[in-house]
Design a protein around this ligand. Structure first.
Ligand SMILES: [Zn+2]
Length: 418
């Protein structure tokens, strides 16, 4: 009796398997028929390759029919569609890969292999992922791009990659955001300040906003002041946001030769050597450069007296336009010099009013910059000073001149370090 029952069960089982097998076979035949009827009308279609076309299509369901035909025709043997499978099986975590392949119908085997190599198997395959998958990007970047694109679908792929590259994916892309990030001298670390300043000053251009914030001039002068970073050496900045201590005196101060200073001015040695070079070159152009008064290096106390005098005469606001508060003067670094230019006999190129023009134009060749220029008062905090030059070295001076930026901005962008 039991034997009979087992026999009967086995029979039913066999029958069911056969039924299922023939059903899936019929389904496959139908699917194949349908596929062939679509592809056979194409020009390069070859009857004997029908099976290969179909198998290849099963591996790459998203491929166009044209691509299927050309790929299969190119390869003579029948191994073509096995290649990808073998690659898939070769993956150390092939079980996960195969699972992914079956769970994500749109993904081809190549997609899965690529997704796996970039360690993205936890992401669902969709149009967004497909957009980034074959770009030359690391998996971790793709993951961020995909996340970002899903949150901000209005932003284009190239912009998304740039935003992720800048590390700004957590910033809300408000209306000024995109124009700011492509602006010269944009610093990702200052994005919030740029946006805030832009919102308060809508009529400005992105470049103006970036320039002002890079110079810290989005803040009131003499607020948020910090000690000047002396580790920057000859590129130290001392301005209305950075100060030197009362007792700071630069090393290597030298006394300027009597030829160039009647009052025994002092300067930092490197700056002084460059200054002498500039004075000599000026002579060849029939211009005589001399330090104005003793205005090379100026001590904290000297500056304090000077500012006090201007404040007494012009009031605080007036004094701030033309003089630095004690500790904030560039002269305390020993790297700045105020000059007087005298026109030598026979000089027909320059007049009294244009006597500083040669220095303004050529100072960078000797490593100096024309520090406080007209039109940049809102950045430097000083009115134009045709007589004030700052040593920064030739390379930096040339860069600043060519890009028409202030040393304040140069410092923030290149020297400060973010
Ligand atoms: Zn000066």
């Amino acid at each position: 009796m039991i034997k009979k029952a087992i026999k009967f069960t086995l029979l039913i089982l066999c029958f069911s398997i056969m039924l299922f097998w023939s059903y899936s076979r019929i389904e496959k035949i139908n699917e194949k028929k349908q596929f062939i009827s679509g592809i056979c009308v194409l020009k390069e279609y070859r009857e004997e390759k029908a099976e290969d076309y179909f198998n290849y299509h099963k591996i790459h369901p998203t491929f166009e029919l044209d691509t299927i035909i050309s790929d299969v025709n190119e390869k003579e043997g029948k191994v073509l569609y096995y290649d990808s499978f073998i690659d898939l099986i070769k993956q150390p975590n092939y079980v996960d890969c195969i699972k992914y392949y079956f769970n994500n119908k749109e993904a081809s085997i190549n997609d899965v292999i690529n997704i796996n190599s970039k360690q993205l198997l936890d992401l669902d395959y969709d149009n967004v992922l497909a957009e980034y998958l074959y770009l030359d990007l690391e998996g971790s970047i793709i993951r961020k791009c995909v996340d970002y694109s899903k949150k901000h679908s209005e932003i284009e792929t190239a912009d998304v990659i740039y935003i992720v590259d800048l590390g700004l994916e957590d910033i809300n892309p408000s209306k000024h955001f995109l124009s700011l990030i492509y602006t010269d001298f944009f610093l990702p670390a200052r994005i919030e300040r740029y946006i805030k300043y832009y919102e308060e000053n809508e009529s400005f251009s992105p470049r103006q906003v970036v320039e002002i914030v890079n110079c810290d001039a989005d803040q009131q002068f003499y607020t948020n002041i910090v000690p000047s970073d002396l580790s920057k050496g000859l590129l130290v900045i001392n301005n209305k946001f950075n100060y030197l201590e009362k007792d700071y005196v630069p090393e290597n101060l030298v006394v300027v030769d009597g030829k160039y200073s009647y009052y025994g001015a002092r300067m930092e040695k490197t700056a002084y050597d460059a200054f002498v070079e500039m004075c000599e070159a000026a002579k060849e152009n029939l211009l005589y450069i001399i330090v104005a008064g003793d205005n090379g290096y100026r001590s904290y106390n000297h500056q304090n007296e000077l500012y006090g005098y201007y404040e007494y005469v012009y009031g605080t606001e007036g004094a701030d336009e033309c003089s630095a508060r004690a500790g904030h003067s560039e002269h305390q670094t020993g790297l700045a010099v105020d000059i007087e230019v005298i026109i030598l006999e026979g000089n027909r190129t320059y007049s009294y009013s244009s006597r500083y023009d040669w220095v303004k134009e050529n100072c960078w060749e000797f490593g100096f910059i024309y520090r406080y220029q007209a039109g940049k008062e809102h950045l430097t905090g000083y009115q134009e000073e045709s007589w004030h030059y700052r040593y920064v070295g030739k390379e930096v001076a040339l860069y600043i001149k060519e890009h028409d930026i202030t040393f304040d901005e140069y410092y923030t962008y290149f020297v400060k370090g973010y």
